[in-house]
Design a binder for this molecule. Structure first.
Ligand code: ADP
Ligand code: ADP
Length: 224
């Protein structure tokens, strides 16, 4: 009952050229249903590459990506995009909210793209904002919000379509330590409440310790 299973993943950029970079080799990783896994990696170890492969934004050279029991490896762009929109939520270090739309609208739009009716989408967005304490900010544009508030809206947007798996790359890495701590707790509460599974990359050992399991990645030492 794994939400995500990566089996024997290999990835080399620019293969067969002098600029070849072998990033991943024989990498295995699973995230069980309801599990929150911390991904700890030194810079350059391939953390972003791994998250892009898990997020169906990039394909491995070898190995399998199994999402909710379905092997996504050989599938075309259309089913992969569909799965990304319905089954995955993304959060990055920077919020990537649309500047010309309000906090609420930023959470409504991805639902409309998935065919949810406007009323229902607004109700869900309002409910999510309420859970992160931002009801009073629903009508504000991102620029009018603090960094911590922007990230909380980004969490709500990631959860807008009730994904099975959240993929997060340093979700509080852009915030000061006290805010990071508080905002991370809100993210965890939201994840736990919704029974979501998550793979969260972080450099913060304290935050990693609050997750269910820590997965460590090391830099591949290239064989001669
Ligand atoms: P991390 O997120 O752990 O810092 P990345 O996955 O971003 O690591 O990158 C791992 C290695 O792969 C780095 O050496 C990086 O320079 C290289 N790399 C990443 N993307 C590309 C690319 N598109 N083309 C060539 N090399 C890349
Ligand atoms: P980085 O990983 O370099 O820090 P950013 O945090 O700026 O990147 O986020 C932009 C990332 O969004 C890009 O790496 C890109 O691969 C990714 N991306 C592109 N399309 C989508 C999508 N449909 N859903 C989620 N992420 C996407």
């Amino acid at each position: 009952n794994d939400v995500l299973r990566l089996e024997g993943i290999a990835k080399t950029y620019n293969p067969g050229t002098p600029g070849a970079v072998e990033v991943l080799r024989g990498l295995d990783l699973t995230v069980a249903r309801g599990e929150v896994v911390a991904l700890i990696a030194p810079s350059g170890a391939g953390k972003s590459t791994l998250l892009h492969i898990a997020g169906l934004l990039d394909t491995p050279d070898a190995g399998r990506v199994v999402l909710n029991g379905r092997d996504m490896t050989g599938l075309g762009d259309k089913p992969r995009t569909e799965a990304r929109r319905r089954e995955l939520g993304f959060v990055y270090q920077f919020h990537h909210l649309l500047p010309e739309f309000s906090a609420l609208e930023n959470i409504v739009l991805p639902q409309l793209a998935n065919g949810v009716a406007e009323r229902a989408a607004q109700a869900r967005a309002a409910g999510l904002l309420d859970r992160v304490g931002l009801s009073a900010r629903a009508g504000h544009r991102p620029a009018a919000l603090s960094g911590g508030e922007q990230q909380r809206v980004a969490f709500c947007r990631a959860l807008a379509n009730a994904p099975a798996l959240l993929l997060a790359d340093e979700p509080t890495g852009n915030l000061d330590p006290a805010t990071s701590d508080r905002v991370f707790d809100m993210l965890m509460a939201l994840v736990r409440e919704t029974g979501l599974s998550a793979l969260i990359a972080t450099h913060n050992m304290d935050l990693a310790g609050r997750m269910d399991r820590v997965m460590r990645m090391d830099k591949i030492v290239a064989s001669p």
